[in-house]
Write a protein that binds this ligand. Structure first.
Ligand SMILES: [Zn+2]
Ligand SMILES: [Zn+2]
Length: 326
């Protein structure tokens, strides 16, 4: 079980999961714990006939199941500090039994199945009393911390609202209060009038470079209709997302003619969202490569001050992504 510690200066929770230091680092297919048809004692996936597989992370940042029913955020800490047990959940989502497969090259049906799996896990985890929000993400590439080179992503079910989601929640709430409308719906309408940052479209979805991105070639996939999470998306919208996901990743890989390192994150409605229809789902790609031979480092300004710098305009980034094709 990990431990949560509250930073009183920045008002955010930090998770201490010391045993994660033991997790494996491997890129050899022969030693891959996600490949099927190996020694069952070593493989987490004994069967080869699965489409998408979801299981608990063996080296979790968050413990499984709250159990006590106690509010994890009110456990008193020592010497005036707040700390809590690491409630919540950490799951691994394996996209395919094939080690060399990739979200950009998987057939549509496989990506579509993955979208359903994300939605199902979101629905199940969101029902738990120790979960404040479900966060689906993928780290792709060794330079971004991917430790196992088999196509997979992760799901964290946080027992608290993480900082960026909290600030987004606050902005959405303020906008609703002042304007009576959804901030993201309004931004979609505003961006439609200026198509320079619009990269791609699929039924029910748009892919845009935001007005003020933080990462090079950052792109957001946003549903055109106001939806809080993957759970409430209909068949057409799930189809559209699967189409746009595959195309977006191929677009990134074509940009520099090499596999793009990125973080992909899905921002879904937090558990206790008020009003309940406040949130507007979106996915974000945060690439870590700003040129074919240059990685983007989160250095002093970004990590120390939280101030991001870009060396190209978002409009130029969008044009390059459009020209790369999907
Ligand atoms: Zn593998
Ligand atoms: Zn909206």
């Amino acid at each position: 079980m990990s431990e949560l510690r509250f930073d009183p200066i920045h008002q955010e929770w930090v998770t201490v999961a010391a045993k994660r230091m033991q997790r494996p680092v491997t890129d050899a297919a022969s030693a891959c714990p996600f490949c099927p048809a190996q020694d069952e004692a070593r493989s987490e996936l004994p069967r080869s006939d699965y489409g998408v597989a979801v299981f608990d992370n063996q080296f979790p940042s968050f413990g499984v199941a709250g159990g006590t029913g106690a509010d994890p955020l009110t456990v008193p800490g020592s010497a005036g500090y707040r700390r809590a047990r690491g409630f919540g959940a950490a799951e691994v989502v394996v996209y395919s039994p094939r080690h060399e497969a990739d979200l950009g090259t998987l057939p549509f049906a496989a990506v579509r199945l993955l979208v359903d799996a994300w939605a199902d896990r979101t629905e199940v985890l969101s029902r738990r009393s120790d979960v404040a929000c479900v966060f689906v993400f993928e780290n792709r590439g060794a330079s971004i911390g991917q430790t196992i080179d088999h196509p997979h992503g992760q799901i964290y079910a946080y027992p608290f609202l993480p900082t960026r989601m909290r600030s987004e929640y606050h902005s959405l709430w303020q906008h609703r209060r002042m304007e009576g409308s959804c901030l993201i719906c309004d931004l979609l309408a505003r961006d439609a009038a200026d198509a320079r940052r619009m990269v791609d479209q699929a039924p029910g979805w748009r892919a845009v470079v935001p007005f003020a991105p933080r990462f090079p070639f950052e792109m957001h996939l946003v549903p055109e209709t106001h939806r809080g999470s993957l759970v409430v998306m209909d068949t057409r919208e799930r189809d559209g997302l699967a189409t746009l996901l595959g195309r977006s990743i191929r677009r990134y890989d074509r940009l520099w003619g090499q596999r793009m390192e990125y973080m992909m994150c899905i921002y879904q409605q937090p558990h206790e969202c008020q009003p309940t229809n406040l949130w507007h789902l979106h996915l974000a790609f945060y690439p870590l490569r700003r040129a074919a031979d240059k990685l983007k480092y989160l250095a002093g300004s970004e990590s120390g001050a939280g101030a991001f710098l870009l060396d190209a305009t978002p409009e130029e980034m969008a044009r390059h992504l459009m020209e790369a094709g999907g």
